[in-house]
Design a protein around this ligand. Structure first.
Ligand code: GDP
Length: 500
């Protein structure tokens, strides 16, 4: 029977084109998230752990020893930049530095050779899966709603958002500049540029501000890619627009035309060529940063996740429906950097992300794909320990803070290991989302770190950025793969079923 099976398999493989190299099933996995959320680190760790046979107990195919090998292959799309995996790994592993973050779209093909779990599938499946990983800024994705908005809608909404208490001071300069502008005046390049620059400065300030606000469109104002300075990016919303047609030759007409150019030449092609071809998607979020900044930032992050999910909503009512050639069937919302917390808090972080994602799913009226959540660290930069303080034993995390990081008045040199009590996440999830409460909320019963002063300005979680970990070597001198927290759970959800 074995002989028959083998022969049948060869025949089938030949038929399916495997022997001639024509056919290898592929899965397009989108990796997105707002800038600095952790996309680059996630992809690097994902690939490194698969190539180097990392410890992945929750990733079934690996655990049961069915993965023969994983390796990089040439990507299918010649016009898309390649994800610079080797450079990123060299930075992480050799230099213990975090790699350069995502600035534009890039792609990488990882091919996995595996043995099917069931004898039946072993006969029919090729035992080979190519995962095309597509890394792109979440800022670009958040442009999708613009396709359904006129320039007047876009302008009105931009001003509505800008006067919200959480943004009002950051947008003040741009609003003051806009207030002095007559949309009906003659078009003038310098005025357009001044407005566009001031508007972009406001959007960037929202991102950099410690309030950790998520993003407002247009996404290319924050992540221009190769469009920096082009006319398609030299526009801004104008105040007090009526629905009447703009006078030809006016500033409003000029802005409107550029907004249209942005939609036609930037937003649409990006969606048609990249987003609509995805099968699976992971949305990486920096929930810890938002938690630390308070309920206003959490609400803002929730809004961003809602809008991101709405972009993937299949079915009627979505003006992108015609574009979609495939259907995204699984979306993972992943809060990364969980290694900044002691494991006691990981479940709480995941519960918070679950609440956020559930609300986003409900608000986006999202159906049609499985949405799951996970709290993970793509690269684990800390280990855990305990420090005695009086009668209490505090759970701490131990790592090497980056050069220049400060805590309790001490500045680190980038070489010294230190133990930090990061604080606990609030037990009551509601408090995290309650915008009526104080920003940078205190959490009652919150334990203080050793030597820490009591004070109202104390953030909920104490953050220090750590250097990437030093990799262990085996007795034979082989470097082990990058350590992580629950990366395997993410892998199982994103690709596990395709390796069954
Ligand atoms: P991107 O803009 O989404 O590509 O973000 P990156 O992947 O470059 O991550 C931004 C920064 O977040 C990195 O430089 C690290 O400082 C930090 N970071 C990302 N992932 C992790 C992680 O898993 N653990 C830790 N400790 N830090 C992380």
């Amino acid at each position: 029977l074995t002989t028959f099976t083998d022969e049948a398999k060869i025949a089938l493989d030949t038929l399916s084109g495997r022997a001639t190299g024509l056919f290898s099933p592929s899965l397009r996995l989108g990796v997105t998230g707002l800038s600095r959320a952790g996309k680059t680190v996630f992809i690097s760790a994902f690939v490194h752990n698969l190539i180097h046979g990392g410890r992945l107990p929750l990733f079934e195919a690996q655990k049961s020893g069915r993965i023969a090998r994983a390796f990089l292959e040439e990507q299918p799309d010649d016009a898309v930049p390649r994800f610079q995996y080797e450079d990123h790994i060299a930075a992480l592993v050799n230099d213990r530095l975090w790699p350069d973050s995502t600035r534009a779209i890039s792609e990488l093909r990882l091919t996995i050779e595996y043995e099917s779990a069931s004898g039946w599938s072993r006969m029919f499946s090729s035992g080979r899966l190519s995962v095309d990983i597509v890394d792109y800024p979440g800022e670009w994705l958040l442009d999708l709603p613009l396709l359904g908005k006129s320039y007047a809608d876009f302008s009105r909404e931009a001003f509505d958002m800008a006067v919200l208490p959480v943004r009002a001071d950051l947008s003040q300069e741009w609003r003051a500049l806009s207030a002095a502008i007559d949309p009906n005046a003659d078009a003038d390049e310098m005025t357009a540029r001044r407005l566009a620059e001031s508007f972009a400065a406001y959007l960037k300030a929202c991102k950099l501000d410690e309030r950790a606000l998520s993003t407002l469109p247009p996404g290319r104002f924050l992540m221009p890619g190769d469009l920096e300075g082009s006319p398609a990016l030299t526009f801004a919303p104008l105040p007090g627009l009526s629905e009447r047609r703009a006078r030809p030759g006016s500033l409003q007409a000029m802005m409107e035309r550029r907004y249209e150019a942005y939609r036609t030449h930037v937003v649409k092609p990006f969606f048609r060529e990249h987003i609509t071809r995805l099968d699976r998607q992971i949305v990486v979020i920096d929930a810890l940063q938002a938690l630390n900044a308070g309920p206003g930032a959490m609400a803002d992050l929730e809004r961003a996740v809602t809008e991101i999910l709405a972009c993937f909503r299949p079915g009627r009512g979505n003006f992108l429906t015609d574009f979609f050639s495939r259907r995204i069937d699984r979306i993972l919302v992943a809060a990364t950097k969980a290694d900044h917390l002691h494991h006691e808090s990981h479940e709480r972080l995941q519960a918070i992300v679950r609440r956020l994602a559930d609300r986003a799913v409900a608000r986006a009226n999202f159906t049609g794909a499985d949405v799951d959540v996970v709290a993970l660290a793509a690269v684990r930069a800390t280990r855990e320990g305990a420090v005695k303080q009086g009668r209490e034993t505090l759970p701490v995390i131990i790592g090497t803070p980056l050069k220049g990081e400060k805590i309790n008045g001490e500045t680190f040199d980038g070489r010294t290991e230190t133990a930090i009590f990061p604080g606990d996440l609030p037990e009551k999830i509601d408090a995290v989302f309650d915008v009526s409460g104080p920003d940078r909320q205190q959490n009652p019963g919150h334990r203080q770190s050793p030597g820490h002063r009591q004070g109202n300005e104390d953030p909920a979680i104490r953050f220090v950025r750590f250097r990437p970990p030093k990799l262990e070597r085996t007795a034979e001198g082989v470097t082990l793969s990058l350590p992580h927290i629950r990366l395997d759970r993410a892998l199982q959800f994103l690709i596990g079923d395709h390796l069954a």
